[in-house]
Design a protein around this ligand. Structure first.
Ligand code: SF4
Ligand code: SF4
Length: 922
């Protein structure tokens, strides 16, 4: 086997690290440190520092033949690929994120445990999850121990499958019927059926076992009876109480026709407990002292896990049959050696043997959130697991990638691999999650950071950097940046900082940055004319954004770099900005844009670079790709040319709006026609209603009264004619989340109350939004995206009946937007709440909304809000006003904006279908 070397990345998040509170277990438990090799040691003020050369990545420790249960059966670790789902210590299946290999020299420990047929072989430094009896005899305590630390009193832990897939029935393949078609039937998975299957598997006596099926309602029972007799030749007799019974001697064998072809379906692991109990008992009772099963090793493990799930200690051992074939002996254990404790089945250690190996390949899997279950043990990274504040991340990347390191912020800090580049006359888009280096890349390409190529020992010049990228377009760009022939104009991501450094009136500032003609054109395209006399310090978010874009594009430069130019803009403004950006590239200029609105990025870009990695740890640049291919890669979460899966789920779009019907009912919430008059603005909203469990999306230009309507519903503003909604408890997320001097945990605890501690709350809200890592942080120190997620979680934590959510997607990346949209829809449905969602991102509206209210009018003068309408009518009404049509990508079904006056644009406008056309075959 070829052993590839690894490029180790150890990152410590010093915002989370609290060395004075934790006792520094990361250092105390490090295997090399125990051997006096300082792989991790205290640095300044006690904060640990990991030496990536001395660190052995002690999570990589298993013999390549170690069996691992995957969703499709047992496999040696060497055959498992990234993306496959394996059983984890939490008793559920999770995807493999990466697989690591290293060459190991030293003692290899082979540990045999009672009741499991295979040994687990691992390196000496790696810890296993063990349990030992408490002194007071009341249960067990868990501890991670390295092989040399194991004692005879220790037990290894096998996770009990938690997932109950709701598999209530099982397809029995029947004989071929008279019409020549193969038949199948779906009996309920009862205890008796399991018992029968257990006997059948063991070839045991079946005299006393009957499968009882059917129901007290006559017709289904009769149907099953008829199917059994007709297609499987199984005779049934009346078992009384309207039930029928069948002797399983004649029943079809669900595990295969012959002994050699027996196979236990892995789906049985998620079958009802009664059924599993039946199988295990049926199997074991077939022979008092054990049954020899001619089944595969895979099936032996499946049986073991079934038994663990029903709390039945089942002991398996290997034997060799005549002819040299392996078989397995299963027996119920009566001596209580195997026992269950807190989600694990505990198996005592039988023996430990040691073998010295040299350059022996050892492996491990990184599994999403969990550790994988390998043979009889659970193994993890050491310091990572020991840190109580989740401050350490260790990642093993390929050595090849190590050569592409472009920039590293410091020791044990974030690093960026590779760079995107700009091209003359092209708009280059960059996409990817937050926190994986897009802004770092932009800072490098705009000349604000000189990349250090991972060398932290001194400054590099841009010429040095250019030489490293010899032969590529990056070399050309960096050389020009160094000699001043590339002049960059840059718009930063956080525009709220602009008023702190730029003082004066909009018109005056713009007239100073560029030529009159160009500035004038931008003022018109970006609708800034009525803002020219305003001071920059009083501009709203959307106004500030358009001003910043105009200032960037007006400059006398030949490279324009814009970081998130669509935040705070409405859809019409976004497309206008997109046109202005495209225009900037027409005269041969270079343009690079980073944005999370995929529809707009798709519309304006010629090529796309995709960023992937782990937020705060590392980012890798892939590409360039054609714009359609690049965005589809992001949607699919898979980079075909690098064979890298960076997300387990694809983001799925709906081709047609959902057809949900609501009936007028007393539980619907009605509002009358509403008007609200200010000095210079008047809002009118049609009467309407919202049904329980419904999300109403609110869409329309900025400055047209959407937020005012929400505030009137929330009781924050008063309508002209006061009205009384049947108000219940309301939860409101404002457009601009409040910045407080409080810990995130305190904010969320206060909103969630006692349910903060529950698993459901943690798994429903905290983990999906990644807030578990922010709990210790102060709200005032959070980034825009983090603050947004905390505000969303705070609003959804409250047990309200009405949720008013204003622009949740600002600052969130594509994945986070998708997650928030799904979360909103699910929580609203489950709580039967009423939710109003103001949003500019069509994708979020499409995912989350059941119906739409469309706001129109003249910004800052008058606004009109429609009645709620179905999604198709809502999008058509809104996009007709905007003059934009969308076709669908045939692979991902994501909406793609048509070029104005293109064939499709004209066709769809004629058909009145602006958002849900039939898929094209592009
Ligand atoms: S992964 Fe952590 S515990 Fe293991 S060798 Fe490296 S620093 Fe030490
Ligand atoms: S265990 Fe975690 S919190 Fe404690 S010093 Fe180590 S990294 Fe920091």
């Amino acid at each position: 086997m070829q052993v590839s070397r690894l490029h180790r990345v150890a990152v410590i998040d010093y915002d989370f690290c609290q060395p004075t509170k934790c006792g520094q277990p990361c250092i105390a438990f490090c295997p090399p440190v125990r051997n006096r090799i300082e792989a991790i040691k205290p640095g300044e003020k006690g904060f640990p520092v990991i030496n990536e050369v001395l660190c052995i990545g002690c999570g990589i420790c298993l013999d390549p033949d170690t069996p691992v249960i995957t969703e499709i059966g047992l496999k040696p670790i060497r055959e498992i690929s990234v993306g496959e789902r394996v059983l984890t210590h939490k008793g559920r299946f999770s995807s493999v994120l990466s697989k690591s290999v290293r060459a190991y020299t030293g003692p290899l420990y082979r540990i045999r445990v009672y009741g499991v047929p295979d040994t687990i072989a691992l390196t000496e430094e790696h810890p296993l999850l063990t349990a030992s009896k408490r002194r007071d005899g009341r249960g067990f305590t868990f501890a991670w121990k390295t092989p040399p630390e194991l004692t005879e009193e220790d037990y290894l832990c096998i996770p009990v499958i938690q997932a109950d897939g709701g598999l209530g029935a099982f397809m029995l393949n029947g004989n071929t019927g008279p019409d020549g078609l193969a038949r199948s039937l779906r009996p309920q998975l009862t205890f008796e059926l399991g018992l029968s299957f257990g006997y059948s598997l063991a070839n045991g006596c079946t005299d006393c076992v009957k499968v009882v099926f059917g129901s007290t309602r006559e017709s289904p029972a009769e149907k099953v009876k008829e199917m059994l007799e007709r297609h499987l030749g199984i005779k049934t007799k009346n078992g009384g109480s309207g039930l029928s019974a069948v002797n399983p001697e004649s029943s079809a064998n669900p595990f295969g026709e012959s002994e050699g072809s027996k196979r236990i379906p892995l789906s049985f692991l998620s079958a009802p407990l009664d059924f599993l109990k039946g199988i295990v008992l049926g199997l074991a009772c077939a022979g008092r002292n054990g049954v020899t099963l001619r089944i595969s090793r895979n099936d032996a493990y499946v049986l073991k896990l079934m038994a663990a799930k029903v709390g039945q200690p089942l002991c398996l051992s290997k034997t060799t049959l005549e002819g040299g074939k392996n078989a397995y002996v299963a027996s119920l254990v009566e001596d209580k050696k195997i026992t269950s404790w807190q989600g694990y089945q505990l198996h005592p250690i039988d023996s430990v043997s040691i073998e010295y190996v040299k350059d022996y390949p050892v492996m491990n899997l990184e599994v999403e959130e969990d550790e994988s279950y390998n043979a009889a043990g659970l193994v993890v990274h050491n310091c990572v697991k020991k840190c109580p504040f989740q401050a350490i991340t260790i990642v093993n990347l390929s050595e090849e990638l190590g050569k592409d390191l472009t920039h590293q912020y410091g020791i044990n800090s974030f690093r960026l691999y590779r760079l995107p580049y700009l091209e003359e006359g092209k708009v280059i888009g960059i996409v990817g999650k937050n926190g994986i280096g897009k802004t770092t890349a932009i800072q490098i390409l705009s000349g604000h950071i000189v990349p250090n190529l991972g060398r932290l020992d001194g400054e590099r010049s841009l010429y040095d950097v250019a030489r490293v990228f010899r032969g590529s377009l990056i070399q050309d760009y960096m050389t020009k940046l160094a000699n001043g022939s590339v002049k960059v104009s840059y718009k930063p991501q956080y525009i709220d900082m602009i008023p702190k450094v730029v003082k004066g009136k909009v018109g005056t500032i713009l007239s100073k940055v560029g030529s009159g003609d160009r500035v004038n054109k931008l003022i018109d395209v970006l609708e800034l004319r009525n803002l020219l006399d305003r001071d920059v310090s009083v501009l709203s978010g959307g106004e500030l954004q358009r001003f910043a874009i105009a200032a960037c594009l007006a400059k006398d430069a030949n490279a324009f770099i814009l970081d998130e130019p669509t935040s705070f803009l409405d859809i019409k403004q976004r497309f206008k900005v997109a046109s202005a950006i495209r225009e900037a590239a027409l005269s041969g200029n270079m343009v690079l844009v980073s944005d999370h609105d995929l529809a707009v990025l798709d519309y304006m870009s010629d090529k796309v670079f995709v960023f992937y990695g782990e937020p705060g740890v590392y980012g890798i640049v892939a590409g360039p790709y054609g714009v359609r291919e690049g965005i589809n890669i992001l949607i699919e979460g898979y980079i075909p040319d690098e064979n890298v899966r960076f997300r387990n789920e694809r983001i799925s779009f709906q081709l047609k709006p959902p057809t949900e019907a609501y009936e007028e009912s007393h539980s619907a919430l009605y509002w009358p026609s509403i008007t609200k008059t200010y000095d210079a603005f008047r809002l009118e909203v049609d009467s309407g209603c919202i049904y329980p469990g419904e999300v109403i999306g609110i869409v329309g230009p900025n400055g047209i009264g959407k937020t005012t309507f929400i505030k009137i519903l929330a009781g924050v503003e008063r309508a002209d004619a006061e009205f009384q909604l049947p108000y219940r408890v309301i939860s409101y997320k404002p457009q601009y989340p409040e910045i407080r001097d409080e810990k995130v945990e305190a904010v969320l605890r206060q909103a969630a109350g006692s349910k903060f501690e529950t698993d459901l709350y943690q798994s429903e809200l905290i983990r999906p939004l990644g807030l578990h890592k922010l709990l210790e942080r102060n709200v005032k120190d959070l980034s825009g995206g983090e603050l947004q997620k905390v505000a969303i979680a705070e609003a959804l934590s409250k047990d309200a009946e009405i949720y008013l959510i204003d622009e949740p997607s600002a600052y969130l990346d594509v994945e986070e937007r998708y997650m928030v949209a799904k979360l909103l829809k699910r929580i609203t449905r489950e709580r039967q709440a009423y939710t109003f969602l103001v949003e500019h991102d069509l994708m979020v509206l499409d995912f989350a909304s059941n119906r739409l209210m469309v706001f129109s009018g003249e910004p800052s003068v008058r606004g009109h809000g429609s009645k709620p309408m179905d999604l198709r009518s809502g999008f058509n009404t809104f996009l007709k006003e905007m003059g934009v049509t969308f076709r669908r990508d045939h692979q991902t079904f994501r909406p793609r904006a048509n070029k104005p006056d293109s064939r499709l644009d004209r066709q769809q406008k004629a058909a009145g279908e602006y958002y849900y056309p039939t898929p094209t075959s592009e």
